[in-house]
Each structure stands twice: as C-alpha cells, then as structure tokens.
Design a protein around this ligand. Structure first.
Ligand SMILES: C[S@@+](CC[C@H](N)C(=O)[O-])C[C@H]1O[C@@H](n2cnc3c(N)ncnc32)[C@H](O)[C@@H]1O
Length: 335
C-alpha cells in the first residue's frame, strides 16, 4: 500500500494544473477506505480512480477552451437536446470502416504508450460517439471532447464507455504522441486551420490516423437549392463566413499542403436519409448553427419561408419527405 501511496504522490506532483481540492478528496477517500478496511481495492482499481482524478485535475474544463469561431461558439452553445433529436446519425458502412481503421491503428501502435485509442474532437451530443462505442472493442480507450458544455451534457447522459472533456482543437488536454486515432464528425470544417492541425499532430502517435466524416445533403430535390441559398443568406446576415460551409471546401486548404498529414483515401458513400414530415425536415434545417444566432422571431420567419416553399412544391407528400445524403469519409495518416 505504501508503494501505491508513493505512486499516488508522484503522479499528483507530475500533474501540471493540479486541482488541490480534487487531490485532497481523492487522497482522503483512499485513506478512509483503507482505514475502514471495508474495501480491499486492488491496485488496478485504485489506479483507474487515480486516472480519473488526474484527468480532471490536469484540465480544469474552462482552461481547455481556446479559439473558436464565433458562429460555432454561439451556434452550439445551447440546444443540445434539440440538435440530438433532429440531426442525422451515420451509416453502418461508414461506422464499420472507421472502427476497422481505429482497431488496426491501435494494434500497430501496441506498446507505444497510447493513452487513448480514440480522441474525438467536436463530439457534440455524441451522435457518432454512440455508434462507434457500440462496435469498438470495449478495452479501447476513448476520449470524447467538445467545447459546448450543453452539448457535452447530452453526450454524458448517454452513459457511454468514454472519458469526456470540454476542449477545443487547439487546446487538447493530452501529452504528445498519446493518441492512436483522432475522429472528427461533421466538425473539422470548424477547426481546420494550421494551428489546429499542429495541435492534432502533436497528440497523435507517428502513423496515427485522422478521420474526417460528413453527412452532405444531396440536391436531388430542387427545393434543396432554396434551403441552401437561405443558409448562405443567414450566415452572411449573422456575420459568419460562408467559407466555413462544408461544401466550400475551405477546410482542405491547410491539410492538403501539410507535411504532417497524408491523405490515405477518400470515399463518397451512400449516406443516411433524413425522412419525416414537413416539420421534421424543417426542424433538422433549423439546427444549423447560423440559425441559432438569429433572434427567435426572425429564425421562425426564415423557417416559415421554407415551409411555404415545401407546401406549394408540386407532388410533394408533406407527410413523408426524404432527403438523401452522401457520406464523405477522409482518412489521413500522421507522418
Ligand atoms: C455540427 S456539430 C457536430 C457534432 C457531432 N460530432 C455530430 O456528429 O453531430 C460541430 C461541433 O464542433 C464543435 N466545434 C466547433 N468549433 C470547435 C473547435 N474549435 N474545437 C473543437 N470543437 C469545435 C461544436 O461545438 C459542435 O459541437
């Protein structure tokens, strides 16, 4: 027990942003448990509790928030429940591809001291997190990070087998070379700059993977053009930049010339279908971050414009509208 105690002290003194309150609680509860003799904790259990304590003591959540674009910071600040209810999930095919890359990368990195097999950036309410967790081997370690406290609360409520942290891509609360695969679902376009790439590269093990995935609506109905044009108008009106829209491909600018990342492959796969009545389709559209920056009445007026377009669209069954998507999946390796 003395050895474990000394390990505890060593580890705690290594922690750079030590939260003394957390430490005191941890040491205290360990002491009480030992003294009472009610529980014979194995070293393994003690160390995993220690890991949790260190994890939080290493990263006061506020201090991990760095740079964010205004539209993202405000647009994803609240409304996590609504986002989770109306945004689409990811197809089995894409989830299986991601899972097999994560597993292969972790196997190749065995013995290199990974702290996490998976680091998810911009995990939001956990739409991809929950899909991956169901299929990944349970011994793999997964850290889901997200800057919005509100969104992260929804993710936490799902009770997944993951650690969580409030963090932006530029301030990842992990040591160098400690992550096997970084996953960004519907999020990389928000933090694709060189500084963020440096930050991602710093934590990835050499040969680690960076996986990017997006659900992109297909323009199979012409009314989708009206939806898209309105989004551009709302982005401009709320002071955002249309360059950050995924299909402007601005996100490729820095990674394509980066010497730190090499594109292994890109696939355009058959994606999910958003299906529902007219109100469901409109609710999905209204989860766009730019719409959240509008005063409520103005947002309603915009959505009502789209409602009128759908209501008068020839031959459209308003009780059952389907919007097909393409899944864009990119696999990069860290060099
Ligand atoms: C469209 S949501 C995607 C959420 C989730 N991954 C999904 O698949 O539904 C984009 C997420 O990126 C996060 N985000 C925006 N800027 C970020 C940054 N600089 N660093 C990390 N995450 C960021 C937002 O808070 C938001 O949760």
């Amino acid at each position: 027990m003395a050895a474990v105690g000394s390990l505890l002290v060593q580890c705690l003194s290594r922690s750079r942003l030590l939260n003394l309150k957390m430490t005191a609680l941890c040491v205290c509860s360990v002491g009480i448990n030992i003294a009472k003799g009610h529980q014979l904790m194995s070293q393994h259990i003690l160390l995993s509790r220690l890991h949790t304590a260190l994890f939080y003591s290493n990263m006061a959540p506020e201090s991990s928030i760095g740079q964010m674009r205004r539209q993202a910071a405000l647009g994803f600040k609240t409304g996590g429940d609504n986002y989770d209810a109306h945004r689409p999930s990811y197809t089995d095919e894409s989830v299986d591809l991601i899972v097999s890359e994560i597993v292969a990368t972790s196997e190749a990195a065995l013995g290199s001291g990974l702290k996490y097999d998976v680091l998810e950036l911009g995990a939001g309410t956990g739409k991809l997190t929950e899909r991956l967790c169901k299929k990944l081997p349970s011994h793999l370690k997964y850290l889901a990070t997200e800057p919005s406290e509100n969104f992260l609360e929804v993710l936490k409520s799902k009770g997944l087998n993951v650690d969580v942290a409030i963090a932006t891509a530029d301030r990842i609360p992990l040591a160098d070379n400690t992550v096997g695969t970084v996953v960004c679902a519907q999020s990389f376009h928000w933090f694709s700059s060189k500084d963020n790439l440096d930050s991602i590269h710093r934590v990835l093990t050499p040969g680690g993977k960076l996986i990017l995935i997006w659900n992109m609506p297909e323009f199979s109905y012409e009314f989708m053009v009206a939806f898209y044009e309105q989004t551009i108008e709302v982005v401009k009106k709320t002071g955002g930049s249309v360059n950050y829209l995924i299909n402007f491909m601005d996100w490729r600018k820095d990674i394509d010339v980066s010497e730190d990342f090499k594109l292994l492959w890109h696939r355009s796969l058959t994606g999910i279908k958003i299906q529902g009545d007219i109100e469901e389709i409109l609710s999905n559209h209204a989860t766009g971050s730019a719409y959240k920056l509008l005063p409520a009445a103005e947002c309603d007026a915009y959505i009502d414009q789209l409602r009128q377009i759908l209501k008068t669209w020839p031959g459209l069954n308003l009780n059952n509208i389907t919007i097909p998507h393409t899944t864009e999946l990119f696999m990069f390796t860290a060099q």
